[in-house]
Design a protein around this ligand. Structure first.
Ligand code: ACO
Length: 406
């Protein structure tokens, strides 16, 4: 028998899988997806059950620690989240240095990346120490991403920042940080806080998507939790990943502004002209309905009804969905709504501005990133992730005789 390393060295063969469509990059116990059947499970529990019976805090705990928390564990976890939700006062000064036009995602990446400067004891790049402090750094990442996200919104809109409150739930705290003003404290209606909690819960983990794989890639080098999750936030920003929720609303608004009911747009998306795609549709893994889209579609209608909000985009979205689900182009390519298709309409009803949508995704995905970092960091024989490439460049050649910079 010949071992794999020798085989590679002798043959030079490399597996090439464009976009990693069929590459298992790791072994994981966190979330499970069956894309053909439209199944998503967190630690074995179907997403439908988790969405119905759990909340963001419990499901974060489940994703990170492997089991639902007992009452005592939930209490301790919440205490850590509350203890760590404030940020170092020097970070507030750092916030103020951003230009007013800075995108909240740009501020979020910078501020989360700088956590290693303010909390060096939680981010040593010494694996043993970083794992010893994991409970604190994990809670810090989950609570501070929410504080930093809301503060980035306040700062980029020239508004005074608010500070988290210890007696509010995770979702209520975020809404307070975003919308309270010095003389007018925002009290989130129950439906709004619940809707936001559900959005976060549905985003909490999703196997080896682009950002989570990035977190694992960075973490595999021994980089600390804050550095690794910051890389994940950067990966999330792109329009084909976390940026798609903004893309959906922009698309729906443009369709509305043109007086289209969606049918003209469907034709353009099919022809691929001007690079148009039906945003919020299609998924690398789901070749069936994204189960999160089903849950969020219903929740979106419930929320708008409860708030008495009439959003023409919802009707257009329903038209697009109906048209696409009956169209050969979409059927033959297995293109179904993904989680982003309705999340934007919900966030808009909650009052979240468009340029914060991807930031919301980052807040929701933090538990998944943290859990994946932990899985990498605690693997007994952790290997650095180092893919190969298929070189397509020039064959060997000499520099021109006439060329010399020395
Ligand atoms: N609208 C129209 N056509 C589409 C769409 C779409 N949304 N998505 C895929 N297609 C077509 C492609 O043009 C291609 O057609 P072809 O075979 O004739 O060339 C075929 O379907 C396969 O598409 P790929 O881009 O190869 O599929 P891939 O798995 O690489 O991409 C992705 C998946 C990026 C999600 C894609 O479906 C897309 O761009 N969707 C819109 C953006 C979006 O909603 N992203 C969110 C993803 S989920 C998440 O991050 C939470």
């Amino acid at each position: 028998a010949i071992d794999l390393r020798t085989l590679r060295a002798q043959t030079g063969y490399i597996t090439y899988d464009e976009g990693f469509g069929n590459t298992g990059s790791c072994q994981s116990e966190i979330s499970f997806i069956n894309g053909e059947k439209g199944i998503l499970r967190y630690r074995g529990y179907p997403i439908e059950q988790v969405a119905k019976k759990s909340d963001f805090v419990d499901s974060s705990y489940l994703i990170i620690y492997g089991e639902l928390p007992t009452e005592e564990e939930r209490h301790d976890f919440l205490r850590e989240l509350i203890k760590t939700c404030n940020i170092d006062t020097r970070m507030v000064r750092q916030f103020e240095a951003f230009p007013p036009s800075a995108h909240p995602m740009s501020i979020l990446t910078s501020m989360m990346g700088s956590l290693s400067s303010y909390y060096p004891e939680l981010s040593t790049n010494d694996r043993v120490l970083d794992l010893e402090n994991f409970d604190r750094s994990c809670a810090s990442a989950i609570s501070k991403v929410m504080t930093v996200a809301a503060m980035s919104y306040r700062i980029s809109n020239g508004l005074p920042i608010n500070y988290p409150k210890k007696d509010l739930s995770y979702a209520e705290n975020f809404l307070h940080l975003m919308f309270s003003s010095p003389n007018d404290e925002y009290h989130a209606p129950k439906e709004v806080a619940e809707a936001l909690d559900l959005i976060l819960l549905l985003h909490a983990d999703h196997e080896q998507n682009c950002s989570t794989s990035t977190v694992r890639m960075v973490g595999s080098s021994g980089a600390n939790l804050f550095a690794s999750v910051t890389a994940g936030i950067c990966a999330l920003w792109g329009p084909l990943h976390g940026g798609a929720n903004m893309g959906v609303i922009k698309m729906l608004e443009a369709i509305h502004a043109e007086g289209d009911d969606g049918s003209r747009f469907i034709e353009q998306a099919k022809s691929g002209k001007s690079g148009k795609r039906l945003m919020g549709f299609g998924h690398r893994v789901y070749k069936n309905f994204d189960p999160r889209a089903k849950i969020i579609g219903k929740a979106c209608e419930r929320l708008l009804e409860a708030l008495g909000t009439e959003d023409p985009c919802l009707e257009i979205a329903r038209n697009l969905e109906k048209a696409a689900l009956n169209d050969d182009y979409f059927i033959s390519r297995n293109l179904y709504p993904n989680v982003d298709f309705y999340s934007g309409i919900m966030m808009r009803a909650i009052g979240i501005p468009l340029d914060m949508f991807t930031v919301m995704f980052a807040i929701g995905r933090m538990p998944g990133w943290v859990a994946n970092w932990h899985e990498v960091a605690s693997a007994p024989k952790g290997k650095i992730n180092r893919p190969r490439q298929v070189y397509q460049g020039q064959v060997e050649r000499d520099l021109p005789e006439s060329y010399n910079r020395r």
